[in-house]
Design a protein around this ligand. Structure first.
Ligand code: KIV
Length: 284
């Protein structure tokens, strides 16, 4: 008997319950083929990862945006491999269905392919994630090929690549000139050819992102890249209104949890100060 294919279309149809099925790199390709949009969000801890997974998010990214959101830094560049392994470990523990992808932080893959491979392996073996993400195009393609060749799925990241912030000096929209747009097309093709199973494309013109999505067979997941991508990702703390230091135009706020938390904490503090909490029922 043939073993059931966890990501195959037949398995999904049999149950008619897409949400219950484990998401794999392969099922993302199937989703693209079917024109089903992929949902992705970031998480850095067990609690949020479990909530996102239970809500049916397809891809949970342990992003190095943890540097800004969790550590309060201005950029992602000083996030370390040890910190990412910690975040990835606790996220993976909370997820059953979603595909868990972890960022390789700055300098974890740029020095040479051996180091990149070792760090990718650490993410898979120690942290228990299912894929790694790294930034860059054609130049990083040989490294990606090396990682993919040993069986580790790689997600690429083009457009605004936050680990290169000091090179560009700005978080402005990328690939706005014809030359840069052509470079992005070339990079996207090189990453697909190197074996990436998907790409994140960040903060580029919507028309270009649509064109790149249509020209590739692998899914393109956009952030600030318009509606023509095969899926969308946001930093969860941004879309929930938890991280409010800045509000990029591409972020839609689906909650105001920062305000809700501040309100709950103020009420708790007031009740403690007034002696209202704890009550007799809340005591032994
Ligand atoms: O680090 C991160 O959260 C990311 C997303 C913005 C795609 O790379």
């Amino acid at each position: 008997m043939t073993a059931p294919d966890p990501g195959g279309p037949d398995a999904r149809d049999r149950d008619g319950d897409a949400r219950a099925r484990k998401v794999t790199t392969r099922s993302l390709t199937t989703m693209k083929t079917r024109g089903e949009r992929i949902t992705a969000l970031t998480a850095y801890d067990f609690l949020l990862a479990e909530l996102l997974d239970q809500a049916g998010i397809d891809v949970i990214l342990v992003g190095d945006s943890a540097g800004m959101v969790v550590q309060g830094l201005d950029t992602t560049v000083s996030v370390t491999m040890d910190q990412m392994v910690y975040h990835a470990t606790v996220v993976a523990r909370g997820v059953e269905r979603a595909l868990v992808v972890a960022d390789l932080p700055f300098m974890a893959y740029q020095v040479n392919a051996d180091e990149a491979l070792r760090n990718s392996g650490r993410m898979i073996q120690t942290a228990g994630v299912e894929a790694v993400k790294l930034e860059g195009g054609e130049r990083i393609a040989p490294t990606i090929r090396r990682i993919v060749d040993v069986g580790i799925p790689v997600m690429g990241h083009l457009g605004l690549t936050p680990q290169s912030i000091h090179k560009f000096g700005t978080y402005q929209v990328r690939a706005t000139t014809a030359e840069e747009a052509q470079e992005l097309r070339r990079d996207a093709r090189a990453l697909q050819d190197a074996g990436c199973f998907a790409l994140v494309v960040e903060k580029v013109p919507a028309a270009l992102a649509r064109e790149v999505s249509q020209s590739l067979t692998i899914p393109v997941i956009g952030i600030g890249a318009g509606a023509g991508c095969d899926g969308q990702i946001l930093v969860t703390a941004d879309m929930l209104g938890l991280y409010t230091r800045f509000h990029p135009r591409f972020v839609r706020r689906y909650g105001e949890l920062g305000r809700a938390i501040a309100d709950s904490v103020s009420r708790y503090a007031a009740d403690v100060r007034s002696g209202e909490f704890p009550s007799a029922q809340e005591s032994y």
